[in-house]
Design a protein around this ligand. Structure first.
Ligand SMILES: Cc1cc2nc3c(=O)[nH]c(=O)nc-3n(C[C@H](O)[C@H](O)[C@H](O)COP(=O)(O)OP(=O)(O)OC[C@H]3O[C@@H](n4cnc5c(N)ncnc54)[C@H](O)[C@@H]3O)c2cc1C
Length: 292
C-alpha cells in the first residue's frame, strides 16, 4: 500500500509555499496536506511516522522563513473548519489550534471575557501563538492557558494540564507536532470595556508594525529590558538592505521583503544585523523568526 492511499484528496504535490507565509518567500512543499478531520490528520501523521517522512505544521506563517529550495516531506495546515472552532463555556474559551488569534480575541471581547485583548495585533493562529508563547512585553498567551490538546509525532492525542505546561518569554513546552485545541481561562468583564481596551491596543500596536499587505516578519527577540529594535537602531542598521530584504526604517526589527527578495537575502540580512549589533553593542541577538 502506498503511504498516500486513501489520503489523496487532502494531499497536493509541489505546492508553492510563498502564498502561505507573511514574507511570501520560499520554495514549494514536496507534499502539502489539509486534513478535513482529526482522524485524517492522525492517519497521515501515523503513516509519515511509519515511512520516516518529515512532517511540519504551518500555522498562519507569520513567524517562519521557508527555504528557497522548498521543504521535503509533508507540510500540514489546519485550514479545515473543524480545527478553528471557538466555543464559549462560562469564562472559558475552548478553541481550535487553527483558529486565528484575532478572531479568538474578538470573540472574547464580545463575550465580556478579559485577558487576551492586549494580544490583538499579533498575527497567526492559536497553535502558532502557543508554540512560541506569543505576547507583548507584559502579557503572553501562556498565562491564560488552562489546558491544551496535542498530537504527538507518533499520532497519539494527549491532554496537557496547566501543571504540565511551562511558558516563558517566547518559549513553551508545547512542542508536540500539533496543538489541536486550547482552553483559555479568562476574567469576566464588561464587553464594552474589553472592546475599548482591545481597540486602543490595536491602534497603538498597528502604529508600531507594518500593515497586513506588506510582506514582512519580526526578526529578533527582545531580551533583558533592551528591545531588539533599539539595538538595531543603535547599531545604525535601520533601512539596511541585502538583495531584496530590507530592515525596515519605520519599524526596526521587521524585515520587509521587496519584489525579487529571496529567503537567502533574509538570512544574509539577519547575519549582518547580528554581527554588527554584537560588534557595536556587545549584545547577541537571538532570532525570533524560525528558520525552516
Ligand atoms: C506584523 C507582525 C507582528 C508580530 N507581532 C508579534 C508580537 O507582538 N508578539 C509576538 O510574540 N509575535 C509577533 N509576531 C510573530 C508571530 O505573529 C507569532 O510568532 C505568531 O504566534 C506565529 O503564529 P503562526 O500561526 O503564524 O505560526 P507559524 O509562523 O505558522 O509557525 C510558527 C511555529 O509554530 C508552529 N505551529 C503553528 N501552528 C501550530 C499548531 N497548531 N500546533 C503546533 N505547532 C504549531 C509551527 O510549526 C512553527 O514552529 C509578529 C509577526 C508579524 C508578521
Amino acid at each position: 500500500m502506498a503511504w498516500t492511499e486513501g489520503l489523496e484528496h487532502i494531499l497536493r504535490q509541489d505546492e508553492p509555499l510563498a502564498p502561505w507565509n507573511w514574507l511570501r518567500l520560499g520554495g514549494p512543499a514536496q507534499y502539502f496536506a489539509e486534513p478535513t478531520t482529526a482522524d485524517e490528520l492522525q492517519r497521515l501523521v501515523q503513516r509519515c511516522r511509519a515511512e520516516d517522512i518529515p512532517v511540519r505544521l504551518l500555522g498562519g506563517g507569520s513567524n517562519v522563513l521557508i527555504p528557497d529550495a522548498g521543504l521535503p516531506g509533508v507540510t500540514l495546515a489546519l485550514t479545515a473548519a473543524v480545527f478553528s472552532e471557538i466555543r464559549v463555556d462560562g469564562t472559558r474559551l475552548r478553541v481550535g489550534g487553527g483558529a486565528k488569534l484575532g478572531q479568538v480575541i474578538s470573540t472574547a471581547a464580545r463575550e465580556g471575557l478579559a485577558g487576551l485583548e492586549a494580544l490583538v495585533a499579533i498575527p497567526g493562529t492559536v497553535g502558532g501563538g502557543l508554540h512560541g508563547n506569543a505576547g507583548t512585553q507584559n502579557v503572553d498567551l501562556g498565562q491564560w492557558t488552562a489546558e491544551a490538546t496535542v498530537m504527538t509525532r507518533a499520532g497519539e492525542i494527549l491532554v496537557r494540564t496547566r501543571e504540565e505546561m511551562h511558558f516563558s518569554y517566547r518559549k513553551s513546552t508545547l512542542d508536540e507536532l500539533v496543538i489541536l485545541e486550547a482552553v483559555f481561562a479568562l476574567n469576566e468583564d464588561d464587553p464594552r470595556e474589553v472592546t475599548r481596551r482591545m481597540q486602543k491596543e490595536w491602534i497603538v500596536r498597528r502604529a508600531r508594525q507594518p500593515g497586513g499587505d506588506v510582506s514582512c516578519a519580526r526578526l529578533f527577540k527582545d531580551r533583558g529590558g533592551m528591545e531588539a529594535r533599539e539595538l538595531l537602531d543603535e547599531a545604525g542598521l535601520k533601512g539596511t538592505r541585502v538583495g531584496g530584504a530590507e530592515l525596515s526604517d519605520l519599524y526596526p526589527n521587521f524585515v520587509i521583503a521587496h519584489p525579487g527578495c529571496t529567503s537567502d537575502d533574509v538570512l544574509r540580512l539577519m547575519d549582518l544585523a547580528r554581527t554588527q549589533v554584537r560588534e557595536r553593542t556587545g549584545v547577541e541577538l537571538e532570532p525570533e523568526l524560525e528558520i525552516w
